[in-house]
Design a binder for this molecule. Structure first.
Ligand SMILES: *[C@@H]1O[C@H](CO)[C@@H](O)[C@H](O)[C@H]1NC(C)=O
Ligand SMILES: *[C@@H]1O[C@H](CO)[C@@H](O)[C@H](O)[C@H]1NC(C)=O
Ligand SMILES: [Cu+2]
Length: 264
């Protein structure tokens, strides 16, 4: 990844319209994960693949470039390109937080979401990411107005201009039944009109705990499949009309996994 001075980045970030070719140097991705004090190293597209693929510490599916996936029907919308599986798992207890660590993040507009998919009886490396049943456990979009283009999105707050990485903490539903899972972080950037940019990265989790809960079928989505190119919140021009201040995050509702919570 090219090192660009923050001022230039800030300038690029506020350019509206079709600036995708200019921004190519400055996309980003999910570099590492933390659970508590423990760091788990992810795949790095700028480090030679042979130093990473198959390494016993690797917990993330591979992603060869920092470029986005543009099409909702591209199979790489599931777990990026090429999305080859890692040998290891991040151990985590249901109810614990996993924090995704990004390089600085450039784009300010669009929703962010986190998904899980159970690997069932299989090792997650044997699971087809396009056939897996993904359910959303977290999302954040527009936090405050005045409109879609100028409002403050979670994605904008997540940007970090002081040289520190961007941190994205998410709790694994406390009552989720234990097992092997894939986790999928997605940033959808919609600053270019009618040209959505998807930035997905996936890792493998070994979830422990005493949970018994699992989402019903209506929460389980496929990638591709969860999104439609006709969705007015995916194929969107945020600049017109100017006064729009409502955004519906695509992919259906979040599964909160609260159904087995002890009730008082
Ligand atoms: C991710 O971890 C690697 C290996 O420890 C480290 O070199 C890199 O700086 C980390 N990246 C971020 C954004 O923290
Ligand atoms: C998952 O964690 C459990 C409990 O620590 C362990 O017994 C099991 O071997 C782990 N599975 C994998 C595939 O790492
Ligand atoms: Cu980008």
């Amino acid at each position: 990844m090219a090192v660009i001075v923050p001022l230039l980045l800030a300038f690029l970030a506020i350019l509206p319209g079709p600036t995708a070719t200019v921004l190519v140097l400055a996309h980003g991705g999910l570099a590492n994960y933390t659970v508590g004090e423990t760091w788990y190293r992810g795949y790095d597209p700028n480090t030679p693949a042979e130093e990473q693929i198959g390494q016993p510490w690797m917990v993330q599916r591979t992603w060869d470039t920092i470029d986005p996936v543009f099409s909702v029907t591209d199979k790489h919308i599931a777990c990026n390109i090429p999305g080859a599986p890692p040998p290891s798992y991040i151990p985590i207890q249901a109810g614990e937080k996993i924090t995704a660590v990004y390089w600085y993040w450039l784009h300010p507009v669009g929703p962010m979401s986190v998904w899980l998919a159970a690997c069932g009886d299989k090792d997650c490396s044997e699971v087809d990411v396009n056939q897996a049943g993904w359910f959303k456990i977290w999302e954040a979009g527009l936090l405050e107005g005045p409109n879609l283009a100028e409002g403050v999105w979670y994605q904008k707050k997540f940007q970090n201009w002081d040289g520190e990485p961007g941190l994205w903490p998410v709790t694994i539903p406390v009552n989720l039944r234990p097992g092997l899972y894939m986790i999928r972080h997605e940033i959808l950037s919609i600053h270019v009109e009618n040209k959505p940019q998807f930035y997905p990265e996936c890792a493998h989790l070994n979830v422990t705990g005493a949970g018994t809960d699992f989402p019903p079928d209506e929460y389980l989505m496929k990638f591709p499949g969860a999104y439609s190119a006709d969705d007015p919140y995916i194929n969107i021009n945020i600049y017109v009309p100017k006064d729009r201040d409502k955004y519906i995050i695509p992919g259906g509702p979040i599964w909160e996994g609260l159904s087995d919570f002890p009730r008082v």
